[in-house]
Structures are given as structure tokens and as C-alpha cells.
Write a protein that binds this ligand. Structure first.
Ligand code: NAD
Ligand code: UGA
Length: 462
């Protein structure tokens, strides 16, 4: 039976996942380690409002388990040595250099973890791939671990994570399924069982799926590709709706009631963001290409092409509606996070829309309930479209929405935060330049109410 778990990587996946395991398995010691000292210090902050990942409900779970059987530490070697089971939950971003640049997943952090485990481990370990990885990565990890020469035995499992940000806690507490892939050998099956036993503390057995390693690895990329594909599909229809008088919300409702299609993930938007959809699809495209499967690669690449188009056309529409120039005009952004209920901004559509508008010399003023100015500037600077000082001059970040919208020519809604619906929209209107435009990139606000106040309101797909 597993008594001690180590998780390498205290990010959006490692932190919440391990907090829930620790809460549900008080008999297991769970240590989450990271090289990032600032991040670990934030996880250990006495005030759980300051933990580095904002997720509804997570602060309560951390408060319950931390110091009891949940620990956050920078002592990676020590935690590896003590553990029977090691989760690797480090980042696997798109490569920014060399072969596969801009497409393949960068596995250097994964390999570093494998080498560190190989160097430090003195007793047998089960190593669990929690990060999202290209199919067949487990064989590379195994290769590294099998060459330690010290007789330590390793079993590699694939246990991809399906949580979505903003709903991580409820996704972890009641997952649609838990997927565990392992070797078909007796030792492999024993390792699978050890991980099944952990999840079985709170997940019913019929939701714990076991497969071979390759199916598990590939299922994760496939799930994200299918989900993102639905968003791009409805977004493609949104543009056609705008030309034809159809309303994308009505179309989504009509098709979603077909039980074969289903109602979820059909919300048209300014485009999907987040750290994973684009990265994982590009990785899938790259894998298909390496096997010479060019039609497969082209098919999935179209999901990304459509998404890029959706972000660009949102910015273009703002410019053309504002009489073909936004130069010197103040445009207020409500929301910067890639979706509501998270402080994560990775690949957020807001970044790309802002970048396009800044190139047209707009002045952007942002309000997001959970994102700070420092992050917004980092996001823009990362694109390297203009100098850091030009980005700083072009953007202001406010701590309240009314100030952010004051004297603006237009408001763009980039994230679907619930609070935006409840603002005093009359007050916002009164303080804007006229005509006062709202470009609702999330179809969040009430068109009738806004038009009655006097706004010129445009949404996606109608
Ligand atoms: P993240 O960037 O938030 O966290 C990764 C952490 O790993 C960082 O804090 C980094 O400092 C740390 N790290 C990297 N190399 C290390 C090393 N050698 N030793 C110790 N620490 C190290 O990333 P994330 O969002 O948690 O994603 C992690 C993985 O999970 C990715 O593969 C991602 O695709 C996958 N995933 C993410 C989500 C999500 O919602 N974010 C959901 C499912 C799967
Ligand atoms: C997604 C998947 O939903 C998770 O199952 C997966 O574990 C995770 O990626 C991952 O591998 O990282 P996440 O990116 O956190 O989770 O959030 P989603 O709810 O999937 O939203 C992704 C993006 O699509 C957001 O920008 C969201 O606003 C957008 N979206 C989603 C739409 O525009 N329309 C929709 O109908 C749904």
C-alpha cells in the first residue's frame, strides 16, 4: 500500500490534484515539490487566500490538509527519496527552438525529472505521468530509469488529468472518469492497482478506467482535441450566423438537444485560450506528421487556424465598427483571464486582441477581478510585437470596472466573469463617449437591456 506520495510540479495541476488526494487520503503523506521558491512560499502562505492558484473551494481544502498530510517544499531530492509513488506534473509547453519548434511538446522538464528520480531513488518506485505527454513518452522515461545500474525497479503509469481550470475542485472531487494506463505485465498490473486504490477512496470503481500506457497517453490529447474542435466548430458557424441572420445561441441550442451531439462546449466566443488546447493540438499535429499522416495533421490543424481567425476577426470588427480607426481611442477590456474563475491568462484571447488593437494605436484599459497588471504586461511583452515601454504606455490596468470604462469609446468583454452581468450599466454608459459601443466576446450581457440604455451592442454570431 502506498504511504508516501511526491508530486514534482506545484502548478495548476499538481497543486489542486495533490490537495484533493491529501484531503481524501489522510493516511497518505503527500509532498508537492517545485524548483520555483516563490510558488512554494505562496502555497505555504498562512493566509490561504494567497495560494498561487485561484480555484473556487481550493483554499478550504488546502487549509484542511496542509501541515497534516499535505506539504509543499523545494526539497525535491528528499521528497523523491521518501516516496513510494512519484507524480510528474511539470509543464510541457510547445517547443520554442530546434526541431519541432512551434509544434512539438518540449519534454526537457520531463526528462530532467526522470533523470533526477533515477539519480536519487534508492527503493522501488511507481512513477506516474500526470503531465500531458505525447504518445510513447513513457518508453523514454522508462529508458532513463532502467539505466541507473543500482537495481531499483520502476513502474511507469500514465494518469492524465482532465480537470478544467475554474472548476478544478469539483472536477477532481467528482471526475467523469479517472484514466490509468500501465504495463500489461503482472508488475504493471500491480502498479495500476496501487493507483486505483488511491482514487477509490472517493471515486466509484466504475469511473476508474484502466488501459495500456499508449491508449492512456493518446486519450488525453484526443480529449482536448475533441473539446477544442467543438469550440472551433461553433465559432465557424458564428461567422456564418452573422452573415445570414441566424443566431449562434439558437443554433447551438437546437443542435445541442440532439443527444448524439449534446449541449456542452458549444458556447461561441472570441476564441479558446488556456495553456493546453493549442499546445496539445499542435503536438497532435506534430505527432501525426512524424508518422507521415499528413491528412490527419491537416484535419486537426484546422481547429487552431479557425481559433486564430476568430480572435483576429474580433479585433478587426472593433476597428472597422469604430469608423476604421482606434488610434488614440480608449477601449476598455472587461476580463483578461482565459475563462472565468481562474487567474490563469496563458494563451488568453484577450492578449491577442489587445496586441492587434495596440498595433492600431488604441489605448487599452483593463479590469479583471483576478489578474494583476504585472501579468498583463508579461503576457504582452512575451509576444515581442513592440517594446516593453510601448506596451506599458498603451495599457492601463484598473482596480475597478467603472474607472476602467470611464471616457472609453468602447468596451470589449473578453472573459465571462459572472460579476460583469451585475454592473450598473447605466452608470457605465453615462461616463462613456458616445456612441458607446459594447463588443461582447462572450455573449454574456443582456442585449435588450444594453440597447435600452443606449449602447450599440455587438455579440458573437448574431
Ligand atoms: P504549471 O506551469 O502551472 O506548473 C508546472 C510546475 O512545474 C511549475 O511550477 C514549474 O516550476 C515546475 N517544474 C518544472 N520543472 C521542474 C523540475 N524539474 N523540478 C521541479 N519542478 C519543476 O503547469 P500546469 O498547468 O500545472 O500543467 C502541468 C501539466 O499538466 C502540463 O503537461 C499540462 O498540459 C497538464 N495539464 C494541465 C491542465 C491545466 O488545467 N492547467 C489540465 C490538465 C493537464
Ligand atoms: C481544458 C479541458 O476542458 C480539460 O478537460 C483539460 O484537462 C484541460 O484543458 C487541460 O488539459 O489543460 P481548460 O483549458 O482549463 O480545460 O478550460 P476549458 O473549460 O476547457 O476552456 C478552454 C477555453 O475554451 C476557454 O478559453 C473557454 O472560454 C473556451 N470555451 C470553452 C469556449 O469558448 N466555448 C465553450 O463552449 C467552452
Amino acid at each position: 500500500m502506498i504511504k508516501s506520495i511526491c508530486c514534482i510540479g506545484a502548478g495548476y495541476v499538481g497543486g489542486p490534484t495533490m490537495a484533493v488526494i491529501a484531503q481524501k487520503c489522510p493516511h497518505i503523506k503527500v509532498t508537492v515539490v517545485d524548483l520555483n521558491e516563490k510558488r512554494i512560499a505562496a502555497w505555504n502562505d498562512a493566509d490561504t487566500n494567497n495560494i498561487p492558484v485561484y480555484e473556487p473551494g481550493l483554499d478550504v481544502i488546502v487549509a484542511e490538509a496542509r501541515g497534516r498530510n499535505l506539504f509543499f517544499s523545494t526539497e525535491v531530492d528528499k521528497a523523491i527519496e521518501e516516496a513510494d509513488m512519484i507524480f510528474i506534473s511539470v509543464n510541457t509547453p510547445t517547443k520554442t527552438y530546434g526541431v519541432g519548434k512551434g509544434m512539438a511538446a518540449d519534454l526537457k522538464y520531463i526528462e530532467l525529472c526522470a533523470r533526477q528520480i533515477a539519480r536519487v531513488a534508492k527503493t522501488d518506485k511507481i512513477v506516474v505521468e500526470k503531465s500531458t505527454l505525447p504518445v510513447r513518452t513513457a518508453s523514454a522515461i522508462k529508458d532513463i530509469l532502467d539505466h541507473t545500474g543500482n537495481g531499483v525497479q520502476f513502474q511507469i503509469l500514465s494518469n492524465p488529468e482532465f480537470l478544467a481550470e475554474g472548476t478544478a475542485v469539483s472536477d477532481l472531487l467528482s471526475p467523469d472518469r479517472v484514466l490509468i494506463g500501465g504495463d500489461t505485465t503482472p508488475e504493471g498490473q500491480k502498479a495500476i492497482q496501487a493507483l486505483v486504490d488511491i482514487y477509490a477512496n472517493w471515486v466509484s470503481k466504475d469511473r476508474i478506467l484502466t488501459t495500456n500506457v499508449w491508449s492512456s497517453e493518446l486519450s488525453k490529447l484526443t480529449a482536448n482535441a475533441f473539446l477544442a474542435q467543438r469550440v472551433s466548430s461553433i465559432n465557424a458557424m458564428s461567422e456564418l450566423c452573422e452573415k445570414t441572420g441566424a443566431d449562434v445561441n439558437e443554433v447551438a441550442r437546437a443542435i445541442g438537444m440532439d443527444s448524439r451531439i449534446g449541449p456542452k462546449f458549444l458556447k461561441s466566443s472570441v476564441g479558446f485560450g488556456g495553456s493546453c488546447f493549442q499546445k496539445d493540438i499542435l503536438n497532435l499535429v506534430y505527432i501525426a506528421k512524424t508518422y507521415g499522416l499528413n491528412e490527419v495533421a491537416d484535419y486537426w490543424e484546422q481547429v487552431i487556424i479557425m481559433n486564430d481567425h476568430q480572435k483576429r476577426r474580433f479585433a478587426k470588427n472593433i476597428i472597422s465598427t469604430l469608423y476604421n480607426t482606434v488610434s488614440g481611442k480608449k477601449i476598455a477590456f472587461l476580463g483578461w483571464a482565459f475563462k472565468k474563475d481562474t487567474n490563469d491568462t496563458r494563451e488568453s484571447a484577450a492578449i491577442y486582441v489587445a496586441d492587434d488593437l495596440l498595433s492600431e494605436q488604441a489605448i487599452i484599459s483593463v479590469y479583471d477581478p483576478k489578474v494583476k497588471e504585472e501579468q498583463i504586461l508579461l503576457d504582452l511583452n512575451y509576444l515581442e510585437t513592440r517594446s516593453e515601454s510601448d506596451n506599458k504606455n498603451g495599457i492601463t490596468v484598473g482596480d475597478n470596472p467603472y474607472g476602467a470604462c470611464k471616457d472609453a469609446h468602447a468596451i470589449a468583454v473578453l472573459t465571462e466573469w459572472d460579476e460583469f452581468k451585475n454592473y450598473d450599466w447605466k452608470k457605465i454608459y453615462d461616463n462613456m463617449l458616445k456612441p458607446a459601443f459594447v463588443f461582447d466576446g462572450r455573449n454574456l450581457l443582456d442585449r435588450k437591456e444594453l440597447e435600452k440604455i443606449g449602447f450599440v451592442y455587438q455579440s458573437i454570431g448574431s
